[in-house]
Design a protein around this ligand. Structure first.
Ligand code: GAP
Length: 509
């Protein structure tokens, strides 16, 4: 699937627009249009319903975006929430140093060559991603006479993460996009938190931050919830909300943006039960995506290597999805020990321990954190749903959303604009509209109307036709199988509900 096609469909059909586009947009910010807002809301609602409302051991929270800045000192974000960044003096581009990979060509066999090493840097979430662009890059360098030897004489390169090079070697690297070596600056730490100022006077004491994650608001409210919520460990607190990160390289559409929404759970448990809860959430969260139509062969669970783990974490796994631009993180599930509550206890001076009535024991609960991105989930759902096929000899683009996520659940069409069909269609539309987001479309050839709805991902088309006038039934058409069947007008609400809830299609007539 071609990312450009998806981005253009999203724009054309009102799913996602560049933010403030009439002013030229702003890099890393996106707006959700009429269809996109419904899609994302459905994903968030499904997450909230399944992870909070349907369970006995979860409660919700909605805390402020700007909090006392001490929260971010305690969490480590003020001191450590930074990415190493390098700038290219030739192209003026900025890169995350931890996402630069250097392909090293040892030109030693070609005696007399200066330099002896050719180090070509490329960006990628992994070295394999970066390598995918290597051939094109070398061809471009060859075309611009920027290779020290003929392309065909280049040996096989080895690959080294940029940050593993010593400073002397970094100074010789050919930056991605550059024609001259040695134009990358030394990596500098760049704090990703957006700073703002609270109150009328700007001073050091008025500094505050837009939260870079929703998680810390949950920890900061742990005591409030325990004191008022009648909750008992093990239990979780969930929050959906905006987070802000001044990402160095926002990219891949809504995958990495500077303002995004997170769906986070902090699950508090007994220290000796934390490993089991970690295993439980790792499995449960993976299955949630599978149940909502993400193909299991495009999803993977990647356990972090011990050297990737934060010092307080005993285990972390990423749920990854094979996006068109590479396999990348959709959600992380982390076993965080009691690090967060201990830090907030230390910095706030408040006792955040918990008395376990059953065990007659006091302890600081351990935390399992499944942390998902609503925008990344939306992007994965869009990528998975996008398909091009042929219907009746005509090409169609279709978004095969899980019915729970589809922005519009059904479209109602009068076959022709006469014989009372528009009135009947309007009545069915009004009946349905009380229960679901539905759409009435009276204009154009029926085939074109179906295709417009296929492109919006509407699972069911309901047509009022000649037979409706005779026997009161309407045609239901399934977006994916194109199967058609008849439903009595009086039963359309239930019939649509059955489809949305995943009932099997009726047998072929
Ligand atoms: N509290 C833990 C935490 O925030 P994270 O891995 O930094 O962990 C969790 O973020 C999730 O938030 C990611 O898996 C991703 O889905 C989403 N996310 C993080 N940064 C993002 C960005 N710049 N744009 C869109 N989504 C992002």
């Amino acid at each position: 699937m071609d990312m450009e096609k998806l981005v253009s469909l999203c724009k054309r059909r009102g799913f996602i627009f560049p933010s403030s586009e009439i002013y030229g947009g702003l890099n890393g910010f996106w707006d959700y249009g009429p269809l996109g807002v419904e899609l994302k809301r459905n994903i968030k609602d499904a997450w909230w319903r399944d992870n909070i409302q349907a369970r006995d051991d979860m409660v919700g929270l909605d805390c402020s975006i700007i909090m006392n800045p001490k929260v971010w000192e305690a969490s480590g974000h003020v001191a450590g929430f930074s990415d190493p960044m390098v700038d290219c003096r030739e192209t003026q581009e900025r890169y995350r140093a931890d996402q630069l990979y250097v392909f090293r060509y040892d030109l030693g066999d070609h005696a007399g060559q200066t330099p002896r090493l050719l180090d070509v840097a490329l960006t990628g979430a992994t070295s394999a991603d970066a390598r995918a662009a290597l051939d094109e890059r070398i061809t471009k360098l060859g075309n611009k006479n920027a290779l020290p030897i003929k392309r065909k004489d280049l040996p096989e390169p080895t690959v080294v993460p940029y940050l593993e090079l010593v400073a002397e070697d970094r100074a010789r690297v050919l930056g991605p996009g550059a024609l001259h070596a040695g134009t990358l600056t030394e990596p500098r730490a760049f704090n990703l938190m957006f700073k703002t100022s609270v109150g009328a006077l700007e001073s050091a004491s008025s500094v505050a931050y837009l939260r870079p994650e929703t998680a810390q608001g949950i920890f900061a409210n742990f005591k409030n919830v325990v004191d008022t919520g009648r909750v008992k460990v093990p239990f979780g607190i969930a929050q959906i909300g905006k987070s802000f990160r001044n990402e160095i390289t926002p990219r891949n559409f809504i995958f990495r943006s500077r303002e995004f929404e997170q769906m986070e759970i902090e699950f508090f448990c007994r220290p000796d039960e934390a490993a089991d809860w970690y295993a439980y959430w790792r499995k449960t969260r993976f299955q949630w995506y599978v149940d909502h139509g993400l193909a299991s062969d495009k999803l993977r669970l990647r356990d972090h290597d011990p050297d990737e783990l934060a010092f307080y974490s005993t285990a972390t796994a990423d749920i990854e999805y094979a996006f068109p631009f590479g396999v990348s993180e959709l959600e992380g599930i982390a076993h965080r020990g009691n690090y967060d509550l201990s830090q907030h206890q230390k910095f706030s001076g408040k006792d955040l321990s918990y008395f376990d009535e059953e065990r007659k024991e006091r302890y600081i609960p351990h935390v399992i954190e499944p942390s998902a991105g609503a925008d990344r989930a939306t992007l994965a759902v869009l990528c998975e749903a996008y398909a091009e096929d042929e219907v009746g000899g005509e090409a169609r683009t279709v978004l095969k959303f899980h019915p729970r996520f589809a922005p519009i659940k059904a479209a109602v069409f009068p076959l022709v604009k006469k014989d009372g069909m528009p009135e009947l269609a309007e009545k069915i539309y009004r009946d349905l509209k009380r229960h679901f987001p539905v759409f009435l479309d009276e204009k154009g050839a029926i085939g074109r109307r179906y295709r417009r709805q296929d492109e919006a991902g509407t699972p069911i088309g309901i047509t009022v036709d000649g037979q409706t006038l005779a026997d009161g039934t309407v045609t239901f058409r399934d977006r994916d199988s194109l199967r058609q069947w008849r439903v009595p007008s009086a039963g359309v609400v239930q019939a649509l509900r059955d489809r949305i809830e995943g009932a099997a299609l009726p047998p072929e007539a």
